[in-house]
Design a protein around this ligand. Structure first.
Ligand SMILES: Cc1ncc(COP(=O)(O)O)c(C=O)c1O
Length: 472
């Protein structure tokens, strides 16, 4: 480690490590936060690389959210910490106009590991995340097809909360709307458990055997016959995360790819939540190929979240033949984030060397099957969806109506916290009346869990769900 020059180590330690006082916490909460009611102080991992984190009031919590699906290698992973220390001694920042050694290696590696028609493609990076990566994809689409500036997006989709990406996302619980809402044409997402054509056996993320993909036909018509403008791109999560852990059937994605190709529309996959091992493969796109032998790969893919194991990053990958951006079209001050690119490279190496996606596939199946079995006795568990550790559990009032059980989900999250486990929840789906649906639980722990951790998740899930039902 390099020696500090302007301050002593003790002075720096004091700034970073001195114990937090209650007075500091209260002052911040009362006077300096823009958002009210933030009570929990997250104090980091209980040990490097742990799946448990601690809070300021001394609690140790098993994290089934990976802190917004980011810490796939556990909280404060020691390999990443080491990497950051090392990279920071070389450079943390450079003009985005320059290449740097880490940027060269990073771009080469991403181009090597992405699937299908993206392989060998062009890579852009940012230090902000998924929204900015998508805005980059949108700019690329507009450069490659100057005939329009409209984009197909899907019901229940979420693509970020910048003023642009808000419009692309399903309506969000905010007191303002996104800019440029006329750029988005929203259409059907194949949500098989709640199929508008009333197929009832679309369970576990797999479509009903008798379904004829009516939703795909609606999408085709909307694009080819009824679009109000000229769509040039189509942005989709191949497996929706925030909208409720909903994988699209492979045939829907194949059909969508064909519709896009026929209409000169660039297909853009948002793999913010599915990238880097969560589904049991490095990317959801790869999962479809491995599971069904079909190449659903898009023209452009965006990545973020777990990409750099906890360091902010967004990545846009375009297939090789697309027209490129100019420097200024790609630029932002911090769009050569050395620390993040170093962390991402090491993250990829760890995932591959230790076969972590494969382990996530195996342990995810154990957890999903356990919850599925539990649903035999607990009718409020309506649908259990994977794959891998991309698990969603949908709660309902009864099997006949499948009415969403928002209240049970809410109770379960609170009781889980009391029991020492932190589960995630889908985003709120708003209606014009302000009513919302939020009934899918997310079970998405770090991918490095072992067999005992998986057992513990099952035990705490069962305990918490039973207590939550009792408390209603
Ligand atoms: C599917 C998906 N896309 C895009 C985003 C936006 O990413 P960011 O918050 O980094 O802008 C998110 C964030 O939660 C996401 O889940």
């Amino acid at each position: 480690m390099q020696e500090p020059r302007y301050l002593s180590k003790e002075e720096i330690d004091k700034i970073l490590l001195s114990p937090l006082s209650q007075d500091e916490i209260e002052r911040c909460k009362k006077d300096h936060l823009l958002v009210k009611d933030r009570d929990i102080v997250y104090m980091g991992a209980i040990a490097p690389g742990s799946i448990y984190f601690k809070t300021h009031d001394g609690r140790e919590i098993l994290d089934c959210t990976s802190q917004a699906w980011v810490y796939n290698l556990g909280h404060n992973n020691p390999d990443i910490t080491y990497t950051l220390g090392l990279q920071s001694q070389i450079t943390t920042h450079a003009w985005s106009y320059f290449l740097t050694p880490i940027r060269i290696r990073f771009a080469n590696k991403i181009a090597e590991i992405v699937p299908g028609q993206l392989k060998g493609g062009r890579v852009s990076v940012n230090n902000s995340g998924g929204g900015w990566a998508l805005e980059c994809a949108i700019r690329l689409a507009m450069i490659n097809n100057k005939k329009g500036d409209q984009f197909i997006v899907f019901r229940r989709g979420y693509h970020g909360s910048s003023l642009v990406m808000m419009g692309a996302s399903q309506r969000l619980p905010m007191r303002f709307s996104g800019f440029g809402t006329e750029h988005w044409l929203r259409t059907f997402y194949p949500y098989c458990y709640r199929c508008p054509w009333n197929y009832k056996e679309g369970l576990g993320g797999i479509r009903d055997k008798s379904c004829n993909l009516e939703c795909l036909e609606m999408v085709r018509q909307q694009i080819e016959m009824y679009a109000t403008g000229n769509p040039i791109g189509c942005i989709i999560e191949p497996m929706q995360g925030p909208g409720g852990q909903i994988p699209a059937p492979v045939d829907f994605l194949m059909g969508l790819k064909e519709i896009c190709r026929n209409n000169n529309i660039l297909l853009i996959y948002d793999e913010a939540q599915t990238g880097f091992g969560r589904t049991g493969k490095m990317f959801a796109t790869e999962w479809y190929e491995a599971t069904y032998g079909k190449d659903v790969s898009p023209d452009i893919m965006t990545l973020t979240k777990a990409a750099a194991a906890g360091v902010p990053i967004g990545i846009t990958v375009a297939k090789p033949k697309l027209r490129m951006l100019t420097e200024f079209e790609e630029h932002s001050t911090f769009s050569s984030p050395s620390l993040a690119m170093a962390a991402c490279l090491v993250n990829i190496e760890i995932l591959q060397k230790h076969k972590i996606p494969e382990s996530a596939a195996k342990l995810g199946k154990i957890i999903s099957s356990f919850i599925k079995d539990l649903s035999e006795d607990i009718p409020q568990i309506g649908d259990v969806r994977g794959p891998g550790l991309f698990i969603g559990v949908e709660f309902i009032k009864d099997g006949e109506s499948r009415e969403p059980h928002n209240e049970l989900l809410n109770k379960l999250i609170h009781i889980g916290w009391k029991n020492g486990i932190f589960f995630g929840e889908q985003m709120q789906i708003m209606s014009t009346a302000g009513y919302y649906i939020q009934n899918t639980l997310k079970v998405k722990p770090p991918l490095i869990i072992n067999d005992e951790d998986a057992d513990m998740i099952c035990i705490l899930f069962e305990k918490s769900v039973k207590e939550a039902i009792k408390s209603l």
